[in-house]
Ligand binder design. Sequence first.
Ligand code: SF4
Length: 196
Amino acid sequence: MNSGDNCGYFSGTDFGPRLKKLYQEMDAAYSAASNLSDFNCDGCDGSKCCTVDLIIHTSVEMSYMRQGLLALDQTTKSQIKGRSLEIVEFKRLNPFGPDYRNSICAANFGGRCAIYEHRPMICRLAGIPHFIDRPDQTKICGPGCHRFETVFLASNPELKIDRTSFYRRLAEMEIETIRTHGKRTHSLTIAQIFAI
Ligand code: SF4
């Protein structure tokens, strides 16, 4: 892969195989939790999850998402890029205005993710409550989506996906990237990644 330094993220080392394996483990943990709780996304168009405000913090994931974009057919790629440019412009004009706030992720086509196999961790694990055990011995917990909290929580009050090792291993890859480049990438929204 070419370096993406001039795009705001670094793509130098191809972490694809390691990231793919990590994502497979995330998907397995997610499937186990959804099977246990009967949680599903039936009837949800993804517009609550697929908001433009999703921010990606690692170059490792940014590069992988770009690989997914580049593998699409030309028409879909152009549509995503066009939508992303529009969303970035909405944000530039007014990050708190309705045009930006009501935008849906540029990769969401009628509730389907165009880069599904390359979607980032935040998308893969959305919906089901989680916790992270931090190195300082504190624990961070996060809720499920609106549908989980209103329909599934009562019958699954203890269900939480442990994200600790997922975060740690993603951070390890990013640290390797930072060591290679001598600096870290800026966080970018999905629209900013695809507008490049
Ligand atoms: S990348 Fe895919 S799953 Fe993630 S917000 Fe966009 S459309 Fe939704």
